[in-house]
Design a protein around this ligand. Structure first.
Ligand code: NAP
Length: 284
């Protein structure tokens, strides 16, 4: 199959590219920092590149993921997360390709006392969450929309890397206890995106690793995996971080039953690969 991957230089795009190539697919990477650069805000470039290459599947993993940056500049968030999705979806449609759009748990306000299901009403509280929800809507009814959370990988920046960077400095680490979500390894997520995409499974799916955690709990796990003392991690609350301008979901946990009961199965516990990821990040 011919698979175009937007955001191919990002955390998730790289993993999707690697997984697709390992499965024997041909891959076209679209990003500004690719060898042949592609600015996805440029309609004629997106159209020309996708039309000429004629993919069977487009995995749209590009986006602006700086949650506070989006809050400060919601206009740019709309351009990069919505207008770009319109262009990519239009070009995919014209090429006859199926579209996978990657979304987020920030489409929910996180005030529920249970994990959010795909069918729950959305209620984003941040400019990032609203732009990603708008992106879901413009992706179109036939698209596969996959909501995920707290992506971690060998590529910086991400939460596990931030924890290791903090641990490399002397003194205590401070991480939040009152926001939870499922940390998700891009290498576990990428095959799920490819399966749902190649099978053209339209609709919305929640795909995250098992194991809801706060950043505080994850930091303790990371320190243990790194052979460090988890007691260095001190608990703080979201209110202790006034420099963060965008609200985050308090309960950002996604219900994954739909994916787990679908036949292809869900993602493993994040802890399964955490030690390998920590070792990899520390060796860089
Ligand atoms: N990170 C998370 O924790 C998280 C959680 C839930 C959902 N998501 C979603 O998952 C997706 C992937 O996230 P990620 O963490 O892999 O993001 P990332 O590492 O920040 O990568 C973003 C990618 O988008 C590309 N991009 C941005 N603007 C572009 C433009 N104008 N033209 C071309 N390419 C552009 C970047 O490439 P260049 O800079 O080279 O152009 C880069 O390859 C996003 O849609 C995000 O909303 C992420």
């Amino acid at each position: 199959m011919r698979i175009a991957v937007t955001g191919s230089t990002g955390q998730l795009g790289r993993a999707v590219t690697a997984a697709a190539r390992a499965d024997g697919h041909e891959v076209l990477g679209l990003a500004r920092t690719e060898a042949e650069p592609c600015d996805l805000t440029d309609r004629s470039t997106v159209d020309t590149r996708l039309r000429a290459w004629a993919p069977d599947l487009v995995v749209h993993a590009a986006g602006w993921t700086d949650v506070d940056g989006c809050e400060r500049d919601p206009g740019t968030a709309q351009v990069l997360n919505v207008a770009v999705t319109v262009l990519v979806a239009d070009a995919a449609r014209r090429a006859g390709a199926h579209l996978v759009y990657v979304s987020t748990n920030h489409v929910f306000d996180g005030e529920a006392d249970r994990p959010a299901q795909e069918t729950d009403p959305t209620s984003a509280r941040s400019a990032y969450g609203r732009s990603k929800r708008d992106g879901e809507l413009v992706a179109g009814d036939l698209a596969t929309v996959v909501r995920t959370a707290w992506l971690v990988s060998r590529q910086r920046p991400n939460l596990v890397a931030a924890i290791l960077d903090a641990a490399s400095r002397p003194g205590p680490l401070r991480f939040v206890t009152d926001e939870i979500a499922q940390p998700t390894l891009v290498d576990d997520l990428a095959p799920v995106l490819l399966r749902l995409g190649t099978e053209r499974r339209s609709g919305t799916w929640h795909a995250v690793n098992e194991g809801p955690s706060s950043a505080h709990e994850l930091a303790r796990e990371v320190l243990v995996a790194a052979g460090d003392d988890p007691r260095r991690v001190q608990p703080i609350t979201a209110a202790d971080l006034p420099e963060r301008v965008a609200p985050r979901p308090r309960n950002g946990v996604l219900d994954t039953r739909h994916l787990r009961e679908d036949g292809g199965g869900g993602l493993p516990h994040h802890r399964d690969q955490l030690r390998a990821l920590v070792e990899d990040l520390r060796s860089r």
